[in-house]
Design a protein around this ligand. Structure first.
Ligand SMILES: [Cu+2]
Length: 265
């Protein structure tokens, strides 16, 4: 039995390494500025990979080396402060290496540049909708209390800045190579707005506005999904993200409905 258990552990390690090496579950190609987030993910993979391989091979060795044998007797060692100190030191170092790069990346992820274009993302069971600031460059006020069938975003139409806001009920279009700041809201439960190619994700929480920013660096069609199990229709809560030239983007935007034209009190 110990031989079998050791062989299984070694096979699990070899299988996991082969899976990583084969690349079938590797990241999708990056389409934003966040290679720093990829860096943090790779460091995490490295640290947990080393721990996984080392611990499992060590366990396989222990199972074999110290299996029950007649001529050997177990020794009682209640504690070993020296080994405990070494293990605490290695664990602490591992946790610091795991956390630090992510914290630096996160602080930049939520600190948008001043010239970022603001787009509002509103999640509901089970779709994503979007609101763009109109020519004035400002999103009008919105409040959950104002949400109604005729005013699905809860926009305050008394606010002059709201009149020219532009609504999209299906797709998120973005110009390539321009910083975008998303303001994320939810109407009902907690969702999470995730664009895997951009390495960008944040919870949409009812009652608050969360945010992150990125620069789409590649034109093309991507997908935003919900990354929070949010009910029975969670799996179909996704929406196309189209990154295109500034001209094409403006052309598309001009065809979308404005608040003034569609939202009535
Ligand atoms: Cu959701």
């Amino acid at each position: 039995m110990p031989v079998f258990a050791s062989v299984v552990l070694v096979l699990i390690v070899v299988g996991a390494l082969a899976l990583v090496a084969s690349g079938i579950w590797w990241f999708t190609p990056l389409a934003s500025n966040w290679n720093e987030i990829d860096g943090a993910l790779l460091i995490t993979l490295g640290v947990i990979g080393i721990a996984f391989v080392t611990l499992n091979l060590f366990l396989a060795y222990l199972i074999l080396r110290y299996r029950a044998r007649e001529q050997e007797r177990a020794q009682f060692i209640p504690d070993n402060p020296k080994i405990e100190k070494i293990l605490i030191g290695i664990t602490a170092l591992g946790i610091i290496i795991l956390l630090a790069p992510g914290l630096f990346a996160y602080s930049r992820f939520i600190s948008p540049p001043r010239d970022a274009m603001i787009v509002e993302v509103v999640g509901e069971q089970w779709r994503w909708t979007y609101r763009y600031a109109g020519p004035d460059g400002k999103l009008g006020r919105a409040h959950p209390k104002l949400i109604s069938p005729k005013n699905p975003f809860g926009v305050d139409i008394a606010d002059p800045a709201a009149q020219d806001d532009i609504l999209s009920y299906t797709e998120l279009h973005l110009p390539v190579n321009r910083p975008v700041l998303l303001h994320i809201r939810s109407k009902d439960v907690i969702h999470s707005f995730f664009i895997p190619h951009f390495r960008a994700k944040m919870d949409a929480v009812p009652g608050m506005v969360t945010h992150y920013w990125f620069v789409p660096t590649r034109a093309g069609k991507f997908q935003a999904v919900c990354a929070e199990l949010c009910g029975i229709g969670h799996h179909r809560m996704h929406s196309p993200v189209i990154v295109e030239s500034l001209e094409k983007f403006q052309e598309w935007l001009a065809k979308q409905p404005t608040v003034a034209a569609t939202v009535k009190p």
